[in-house]
Ligand binder design. Sequence first.
Ligand code: GLY
Length: 372
Amino acid sequence: MNPMQTETVHVPLGDRSYNVRIGEGLIEAAAAEFAPVLDRPRVAVLTDETVAEAHLERLKTGLGSIEVTSLALPPGEATKSWAALERTVEWMLAEKIERRDVLIALGGGVIGDLGGFAAAILRRGIRYVQIPTSLLAQVDSSVGGKTAINSPAGKNLIGAFHQPALVLADISVLNTLTKRDFLAGYGEVVKYGLLGDAAFFEWLETNGPALAAGDAAMRAYAVRRSVEMKAEIVARDETEQGDRALLNLGHTFCHALEAATGYSDRLLHGEGVAIGCALAFELSSRLGFCAQEDPSRVRAHLKAMGMKTDLSDIPGELPDAEALVDLMGQDKKVIDGQLRFIMARGIGETYVTSDVPREAVVTLLADALKSK
Ligand code: GLY
């Protein structure tokens, strides 16, 4: 088989524009990939202990003669904290990382979000490169410049928009993911088809199983199409004044479910997104916005992939429907106390609306909880 060609998706944001490079072996080729963004041959690598074990040596080898200083933090959501931010920033200062230097965030969404935020505030902003090592990070969190840490008051409440200078999505790292983590990331891939590209959703219905089984070319295509869609939306609405909210399809439900399960491994973010997408389509159909067949088709694909699809797939107790809707009220997308939902007119056709009666959401969730 010929080696896979590296694809480039450009994110056009004026002087904050950058490329997302997608292919196999990009970590091994890091020195050449980094050449356009380095002012001097020195980088700081932020990662977590698990990713460091799997990929840090490979990256150091790939960077060749470029000098590397690295910090590996404990893996997990708890690392998106003030304490870890302080540690990261103080480490970069101690390592004399200058304004013209580059931080590499090597890891999943946690390291990408934390590293991006640390880069945004160090010396009033240095550049950073994302090397996402989870499918979720490759298709979503590494692109678009949302950076953040969590507060006890909620997830991602402290952060900044700070675009990376480059994203290297090396498809081969996906081979080291557990099936559960891979499928959780796939929840975000399905989201793209559902929110804006019916043909892509159809492609996933056909090719999803082979892609999950390890087909590298299909994985690269799914990552590329997802990133293309994200780049196009972010270019239209970088700071989420409008259309960027479409990327949150399923997320209002997801955030309530994540809060209800204590952000634990009872429910991974991407799993919540998949269940949330199914609920968003069900709600759209009940309100007469889309055809009845659409939610069934969404659920059928998630089930065919062996993914969590219904509230009954979440282990343990959940709060009642009213309490779940109250948890949605904590969402960042609330404006003037009004919940905003991404609703569907059909597969691949979504829009943002505040015009969803609370009662309809409560009834939907009460029905969904009955089958639990
Ligand atoms: N993950 C949603 C966004 O980047 O806007």
